[in-house]
Design a protein around this ligand. Structure first.
Ligand code: ADP
Ligand code: MG
Length: 204
């Protein structure tokens, strides 16, 4: 099935719905290790994305992701807004002006998203951040978009789960020191949720 701007927009809208459905969970995760704003910040940001896409859908998959990026950068505060904004912006750049997403472009976009987050936030795997979910996700392979996203989502959730025992070395959770151990990182969980929503959309 071709994956044009409309399909990518539909996947983003389903990701927005997922964030709304998991808003409270993300709030609770961030209350345990941070300031509790992650769920609300992301939900607000994706609410603006939803409103923009319901008005009009940009012409290319890259332009859709660029709209997501600029909206998140403008509307989402905290650490995660600029980090997710950078991820979507780099992914958009990787897609260029292609009229359809392909498996190869998707792999390039996932890698570009990871390198953008790392360039901006300077976190390494094991620092208990979204990088722990995005790094294994960016290694996902497959021959179709649906296969790659399914593998990426599963890898991201395993990576998120791996943050539980870790002591945070980046972001607000690092202020807790050893007390950050024993909790799931909220940004790693939201990364897994977003990729899972994209995978579900690609499989329908
Ligand atoms: P804030 O910490 O400013 O309140 P959020 O609560 O929205 O921002 O997001 C927190 C999440 O951001 C963390 O769970 C972590 O995954 C991610 N994060 C924080 N700092 C970094 C960083 N330097 N690099 C990558 N991810 C980070
Ligand atoms: Mg927070």
């Amino acid at each position: 099935m071709p994956c044009d701007a409309k399909s990518v927009a539909a996947a983003v809208l389903s990701a927005a719905d997922t964030i709304t459905a998991h808003r409270d969970e993300l709030v609770r995760l961030d209350q345990a290790v941070g300031d509790g704003d992650h769920g609300e910040n992301l939900n607000r940001g994706f609410g603006f994305v939803r409103a923009a896409l319901e008005k009009s859908i940009p012409d290319t998959p890259g332009a859709v992701l660029k709209l997501v990026a600029t909206t998140l950068i403008a509307k989402v505060g905290g650490a995660a807004g600029p980090l997710y904004g950078t991820a979507f912006l780099r992914a958009a750049t990787a897609l260029g002006d292609a009229s359809e997403l392909t498996a190869d472009l998707l792999v390039a976009a996932l890698r570009a998203a990871l390198s953008g987050v790392v360039a901006r936030g300077k976190a390494e795997p094991g620092d208990k951040t979204m990088v722990d979910a995005l790094t294994p996700a960016a290694d996902a392979t497959g021959t179709t978009i649906a296969d790659i996203l399914t593998a990426a989502a599963a890898a991201a959730q395993a990576g998120a789960d791996s943050t539980v025992p870790l002591v945070a070395r980046k972001g607000r959770a690092s202020y807790l020191g050893e007390r950050s151990a024993g909790h799931l990182d909220p940004g790693a969980r939201s990364t897994a949720l977003l990729l899972n929503a994209f995978a579900k959309a690609a499989n329908t």
